[in-house]
Design a protein around this ligand. Structure first.
Ligand code: F0G
Length: 349
């Protein structure tokens, strides 16, 4: 039974008796023990936190349910966000659930079809700007200063608190924090949320240790790695195509306090990891999510990690959000006439 994150982690969330019990039964996502890839990479204990199993197909549901519930509590009638796709899908779904209006601002032509379809079908009003995610975020920030609309990007602290529930689930499942958590970094809200979550659970006596956080940006969109904003970020992993992350300083703090790293992985490494997850573990995630595994491989190659650790890779979003990419990379597909013999010979049976 999935009660939803507000009901399940109420004592760790900023909820009051006036917070509506909003939920789409998000959270409680699988922590899948790796078999084949752990062996291939030489990792003793490896898990994948499969966030694509959330109702809208990404980890964003955890923070969005809290942000929308708090927006209702504050008397707001509408929510707004900038997005590379997943935040807008979650905002649109939870706004629909709650009977609020949703407005989303996205970089034109740079969001996966499935994510756009989600925002459309849930009835959000969508503005596609000829610019980057960073431009879209600037616009929505200004609009919420001028109008009584709730901003539900991860600069909203309720988003971060909701997303921290993923850290609680990992500790609850493993009995303690892992040694290392690997995850993709875009706007840097999620790495911030995990660190806050692990620290809070540790303070509450639910975990004995704290993990090292290893965050990975795409090489063409790696401002934190480079130490300066990237004006025109480029990567196949559109979800993390961000040149000036809103939670930059907090991500750096999470990295340093946890004795972790934030590094870059190339598009080729991301694509390879994406295929490995699908072909070797049966886990279909989106390209951005595969940055966690691409980064883990890099960390092992460089000796930053030995493989004797207990490691969790976060798979942030579902692969079906972006079927165009999957089909584009192809696989084994042949045409045949509708006859047994023809199919049999094609298959070499
Ligand atoms: N993975 C996926 C699938 C994402 O959609 C995002 C961010 C990230 C990783 C990175 O997380 O931004 O907290 O560092 N997507 C945002 C969006 C930007 O608009 O959907 P982050």
């Amino acid at each position: 039974m999935r009660p939803g994150v507000i009901a399940k982690y109420r004592e760790f969330l900023p909820v009051t008796e006036r917070t509506p019990p909003l939920t789409l039964n998000e959270g409680d996502t699988p922590l899948v023990r790796s078999r084949r890839l752990a062996e291939l990479l030489g990792v003793r204990e490896l898990y994948f936190k499969y966030e694509g199993a959330n109702p809208t197909g990404s980890f964003k549901d955890r923070g969005m349910v809290v942000a929308v519930a708090k927006a209702i509590e504050a008397g707001r009638r509408a929510v707004i966000c900038a997005s590379t796709g997943n935040t807008s899908a979650a905002a649109a779904a939870y706004a629909a659930r709650a009977g609020l209006e949703a407005i989303v601002v996205v970089p034109a032509g740079k969001i996966a079809t499935g994510k756009l379809a989600q925002a459309l079908v849930h009835g959000a009003r969508i503005v596609a700007v000829e610019g980057s995610f960073d431009d879209a975020l600037c616009i929505v920030r200004t609009l919420t200063e001028r109008h009584p609309i709730a901003l539900v990007n991860s600069i909203n602290p309720h988003r971060i608190e909701g997303q921290a529930t993923a850290a609680y689930e990992i500790v609850d499942a493993l009995g303690d924090a892992p040694d290392v958590l690997c995850l993709p970094v875009g706007n840097a809200g999620n790495i911030t949320a995990y660190w806050e979550g692990f620290k809070r659970y540790h303070r509450a006596g639910r975990a004995r240790r704290l993990p090292r956080l290893f965050g990975f940006q795409a090489a063409g969109a790696a401002p934190i790695v480079l130490g300066k904003p990237v004006p025109n970020p480029q990567t196949v992993a559109t979800a993390i195509r961000i040149g000036n992350p809103a939670s930059w300083q907090r991500a750096v703090r999470a990295r340093d306090e946890s004795d972790g790293r934030i590094e870059a992985v190339t598009d080729e490494e991301i694509v390879e990891a994406y295929r490995l997850l699908a072909t070797h573990e049966g886990l279909f995630c989106e390209l951005a999510s595969a940055a966690s595994l691409a980064g883990l491989r890099k960390a092992l190659e460089h000796g930053w990690l030995s493989g004797s650790e207990r490691i969790v890779c976060v798979l942030t979003g579902h692969g079906l959000k972006d079927p165009d990419t999957a089909v584009q990379f192809g696989g084994w597909l042949q045409k045949a006439p509708p006859e047994v013999e023809a199919v049999e010979s094609l298959l070499g049976l």
